[in-house]
Write a protein that binds this ligand. Structure first.
Ligand SMILES: Nc1ncnc2c1ncn2[C@@H]1O[C@H](COP(=O)(O)OP(=O)(O)OP(=O)(O)O)[C@@H](O)[C@H]1O
Length: 611
């Protein structure tokens, strides 16, 4: 696979050019605000850069004296002294450069640390809508690559602008002080060397970005087809050969580009080397001509030698400075991508004056609630019902009618657009968010487990739970028996997303978690699951235990649940269409009756055995 070339890119890619950020004063100040806490360290870095640039000139200047005074004058003692001096200045400048780069790296790591923490804190507090709308890969890229890129800016772009400018300045002063005529020749030579190499570089970069694009395509194929779910899909649809063919095609294209790029890379290096050699040759020629024809009496062999060395020192920094604009735009773009995340408003926020009311009752009231995911299209509207304290309301309705949306409004995964959801008479939007979410326990169809042990997953609900409490919760969830029969017991690893557990076992872990959390209100999205009827009935029994003494709202798919419900709320196309008990609704002959005939009838026999 193609690799990115070392060092910073010299040209903006097509995409970067199209997405260039608007560089405003505010943006620059905002970027600088991240550097502010480390200003003392920055001052040190800049002093070190100036010092090392000036000291770094000495070995080149000393070389001239070595040639003119020590070698031509055949003075061995002077030769040794000058060599020692050159050695000491070399060591000195290297020491300063090392210190400078150490502090530079320290600053950039510190800034990355600050930014990563700020970003994580910001993201974890984002509402559910953010995670649904955002591509998973984008979040990870911003967390890692973009913030990581900032490090390169701080330790690269920022200091390199200063250090290159200082090197260019000090070297030009030194070279002109030595012999201004030869210095002029050297300065004229610089563009001859730099311009062609920039052209070659441009072509090379085009190829490199193409190869990068292809390599991303291949990574995408690998990620999709070699992931747990992807590989399963490939197997089940017997697409192995098709995928191999697709991969082969991408691989072939990538290999061709990589080879082309390799060829142009070699050519690039040859050209660079060639032009870099032409410079000294031209200066030697001009200097030699002036020396031989005695155009300038002050000119010596040593001066010519020193000038060649000093002019050589200029190529790289000048080239870098010519790229500063590109680096700068790229750096600012990176910062603005990060800021764009920071600036995403969090619509579900803790209220200004968060309340933690002493609730005597925990009845849940939906009062004329309207909510839409997309502007203009109501997902649910005119929803009004009450779940009395300690009672159970079953929500039923066709798929896509808005049942999950309604329950998501209780713990404020989303906020209502109109109307209100109240618990114990208090609007959920006035409650402290943590307090509210502690009041409500959720058991969803899709149980998410972290990759860890069963114990760790259980403790997520109650960090300080004792072993006895864990076991008690697992007994209620009918999970304890299973756990103790595992070789590692409560320390059994559940695998990625809990994949090492069966669907039923995962549901039980989620029930045990809610038992440990012990919420006053239980929201349950009943599984329409493929579990066998024995497992289902056992899970149902566990849930019945959990529901006791709580206010329960259940999206019901089972007959036993609707029969046991104190009230059934029927939702159709986002509207509440019927409300009542099972018998009343059945007698009404409306939508509930239809649902009953189609959805519940099949499980009638199963369910009637334990309702
Ligand atoms: N995050 C979202 N963004 C946009 N639309 C959404 C989002 N989530 C759900 N919807 C849409 O809102 C409507 C109601 O969805 P909801 O999940 O509430 O229905 P449901 O009754 O729970 O369905 P099911 O019984 O199939 O789970 C559907 O049309 C769905 O496509």
């Amino acid at each position: 696979m193609a690799t990115r070339p070392p060092g910073p890119r010299r040209f903006l890619t097509e995409e970067e050019r199209n997405n260039k950020p608007e560089i405003t004063k505010e943006l620059i100040f905002r970027i600088l605000s991240y550097l502010k806490p480390y200003r003392l360290q920055f001052i040190f870095v800049f002093i070190a850069i100036v010092a090392s640039s000036i000291i770094g000139l000495w070995p080149s200047i000393i070389t001239g004296r070595i040639v003119d005074e020590a070698l031509t004058g055949q003075n061995l003692a002077l030769l040794v002294r000058l060599l020692l001096l050159a050695f000491v200045t070399l060591v000195g400048s290297q020491f300063i450069i090392t210190m400078e780069s150490y502090i530079n790296a320290w600053i950039s790591h510190k800034i990355i640390y600050d930014m990563k923490n700020q970003m994580y804190r910001h993201l974890i507090l984002m509402p559910q809508s953010f995670f649904l709308g955002e591509k998973q890969g984008d979040i990870i890229t911003r967390m890692n690559s973009d913030i990581g890129g900032v490090s390169a800016i701080i330790s690269g772009t920022l200091t390199s602008i200063v250090s290159h400018a200082i090197v260019v300045l000090t070297t030009l002063v030194a070279v002109f002080l030595m012999n201004w005529k030869l210095a002029l020749v050297g300065v004229v030579v610089i563009p001859i060397i730099i311009i062609p190499s920039r052209q070659v570089g441009r072509t090379r970069w085009k190829l490199l970005s193409e190869s990068q694009q292809k390599s991303d395509e291949m990574n995408q194929i690998i990620n999709e087809t070699l992931s747990i779910s992807g590989s399963l899909l490939v197997k089940l649809f017997t697409k192995e050969e098709k995928e191999i063919e697709k991969f082969d095609q991408a691989n072939q294209e990538l290999t061709e580009i990589a080879m082309k790029e390799e060829r142009s890379g070699r050519f690039f290096r040859v050209m660079m080397g060639l032009f870099a050699q032409i410079g000294p040759l031209l200066i030697y020629f001009a200097g030699g001509y002036m020396l031989i024809r005695q155009v300038d009496d002050a000119l010596t062999v040593g001066v010519i030698t020193s000038t060649v060395i000093l002019i050589n020192r200029l190529y790289r920094p000048i080239q870098m400075l010519l790229n500063v604009k590109v680096d700068f735009v790229r750096s600012v773009a990176l910062f603005s991508r990060i800021f764009e995340y920071f600036d995403r408003p969090s619509d579900v926020k803790n209220p200004e004056d968060p309340q933690k009311p002493e609730l005597k009752t925990t009845e849940v009231v939906f009062d004329e609630v309207r909510f839409s995911y997309r502007l203009g299209i109501d997902t649910v509207k005119e929803i009004s019902f009450q779940v009395d304290d300690g009672s159970m309301v079953a929500i039923v309705g066709p798929s896509g009618s808005g049942k999950s949306t309604i329950i998501n409004l209780i713990p404020r995964l989303y906020d209502v657009d109109e109307g209100a959801v109240r618990i114990g008479g208090v609007d959920v939007r006035d409650m402290d968010l943590t307090y509210l979410r502690n009041l409500v326990g959720f058991v969803s169809q899709d149980t998410y487990l972290f990759n860890g042990t069963i114990r760790e997953n259980l403790l997520y609900a109650k960090e300080d739970a004792t072993q006895e409490e864990l076991e008690e919760a697992c007994r209620i969830a009918d999970l304890h028996e299973f756990i103790v029969n595992q070789p590692d017991g409560y320390n059994t690893l559940v695998g990625n997303r809990g994949l090492k557990l069966s669907g039923g076992e995962k549901q039980r872990v989620s029930i045990a978690r809610v038992v440990l959390k012990d919420p006053k209100i239980l929201v349950l999205d009943e599984a329409t699951s493929s579990l066998d009827s024995i497992s289902e009935s056992s899970i149902q029994k566990s849930l019945e235990l959990v529901m006791k003494h709580r206010t329960n709202i259940v999206i019901a798919h089972r007959l036993s649940t609707v029969l046991a419900a104190d009230q059934i709320v029927v939702i159709d196309k986002g509207m509440l269409v019927e409300k009542g008990r099972h018998d009343e609704l059945l007698a009404g002959g409306g939508i509930y009756k239809q649902l009953f005939d189609t959805q519940f009838e099949k499980v009638l026999e199963d369910a009637s055995s334990y309702c």
